[in-house]
Design a binder for this molecule. Structure first.
Ligand code: AMP
Length: 401
């Protein structure tokens, strides 16, 4: 069903080159308007605290506000120059493995996946529904956070639990941040001046959420997030990997309910749980003052990262680049340095002077002699979604009929 439209959205006119990207999260709506003629950003905004005090009532109200903000800037959604609307959708299950033109049937499928992403998919569906009501004539495209990981082989995607139970409940590793991993791995190949099909890359997406992926020749072969975005690296407020026995122990011994364990692992763990702060900048400041809890949080975070670098090196066999992206990855020279320190035997040689230079563009931070390039590549999920959306709007797949 990927990319097949059953409604006949017309192809955009020649001067319709704008794409609106909507990211309707669980408690916020982010939007960006891009002109794909030169990939420039015309507007961007954020409506926060949906359903909270001081915020808007619900997602419909948040999208109304976003539409009004654009209108006030002379960039209203009624513009004939708008070619398409792209939506970030968190969970595509095993069904969606590529960007997909949205139809009623596609919305129903996304709805069927709600049990796998109970906080995110409903918000995504509301975004899609409101946008389709506003511009029913426009092609709208769903870009899935899981899609890039759909190529992960069964050996890496399967959990070693009873197969019948796993299959009945859709339990497998789906992975997330896929748009970012795809964009950054491709941009890394470009930075190296090589075709994506020729390079093997370990991508470390370190934001408030964090994930690692192993990309062989442009194809994702392993990733650290799993059934949900809780698995893998230490994150701002999420634990990442824990022994599943910890959950059983907390329920049996501490008498915690499922919701309490959920809140503990998703909201009160990670850097925040270890030291009370989830912002790496604040942790850096505290470490400089000799704060032991902040130092421990940093050390646990970095230790987990090193484990995944080692694991994915073994998965790939040959690694051409390790690349850091997102808030922490792009900005924290200390995390990059500590994560890769002493890995010369793996062919990784950082250049600490280059690494310490603050810059905004894609860049190499390894020594010229390093067998494995180490790079910093800013992620741009909105641009990636806009590109996918525009491509599908210009060249809708043929109807099978
Ligand atoms: P993201 O989710 O990609 O927006 O990343 C947000 C996180 O990036 C914040 O919570 C900080 O921990 C981290 N971050 C942002 N700027 C910096 C910086 N200059 N140095 C270290 N960490 C940073």
């Amino acid at each position: 069903m990927n990319g097949r439209a059953t409604t006949g959205a017309a192809r955009p006119a020649a001067d319709a080159t704008r794409v609106l990207v909507l990211n309707s999260g669980s408690s916020s709506v982010k939007y960006q308007l891009l002109d794909m003629a030169d990939e420039s950003r015309l507007a961007s905004g954020l409506v926060e605290r949906i359903g909270e005090e001081g915020g808007v009532a619900d997602h419909t109200a948040a999208l109304d506000r976003a539409a009004r903000e654009l209108k006030d800037r002379g960039l209203g959604l009624d513009s004939p120059r708008l070619a398409a609307i792209g939506h970030r959708v968190v969970h595509g299950g095993t069904r969606f493995t590529a960007p997909t033109l949205i139809t009623d049937e596609v919305v129903e499928e996304i709805r069927r996946l709600v049990p796998l992403a109970p906080l995110h998919n409903p918000a995504n569906i509301t975004g899609i529904t409101v946008a389709r009501e506003l511009r029913p004539d426009l092609p709208q495209v769903a870009v899935f956070d899981t899609a890039f990981h759909s190529t992960v082989p069964e050996a890496a995607a399967r959990y070693a639990i009873d197969t019948e139970t796993a299959d009945r409940y859709g339990i497998r590793r789906y992975g997330f941040h896929g748009t970012s991993h795809a964009f950054v791995s491709a941009a890394t190949a470009e930075l190296l001046g090589r075709a994506p099909a020729e390079v093997n890359v370990i991508v470390l997406h370190l934001g408030n959420g964090a994930s690692a992926s192993a990309v062989r020749g442009g194809v994702c072969v392993d990733t650290s997030m799993g059934l949900t975005p809780l698995e893998g690296l230490v994150m701002g407020t999420r634990s990442g990997d824990v022994d599943p026995g910890v959950l059983l122990h907390l329920e049996r011994e501490a008498g915690m309910s499922t919701d309490e364990v959920d809140r503990l692992l998703n909201k009160r763990s990670g850097l925040l749980g270890l030291c009370g702060d989830n912002d790496m900048r604040e942790i850096g400041r505290r470490m400089a003052e000799g704060d032991a809890a902040a130092q421990l949080a940093f050390d646990v975070y970095v230790h987990r990262l090193r484990r995944y670098v080692g694991a994915f090196t073994a998965v790939l066999g040959r690694v051409d680049a390790v690349v850091f992206t997102a808030g922490v990855g792009e900005n924290s020279a200390a995390v990059r340095e500590a994560a890769l320190r002493g890995l010369e035997p793996l062919g990784i040689e950082m250049d600490s002077v280059r690494n310490a230079v603050r810059a905004s563009g894609p860049r190499l931070v390894s020594a010229p002699s390093s067998r494995v390039a180490v790079a910093v590549v800013p992620t741009d999920e909105e641009l990636a979604i806009a590109r996918d959306t525009y491509a599908l709007a210009l060249h809708p797949p043929q109807e099978v009929g």
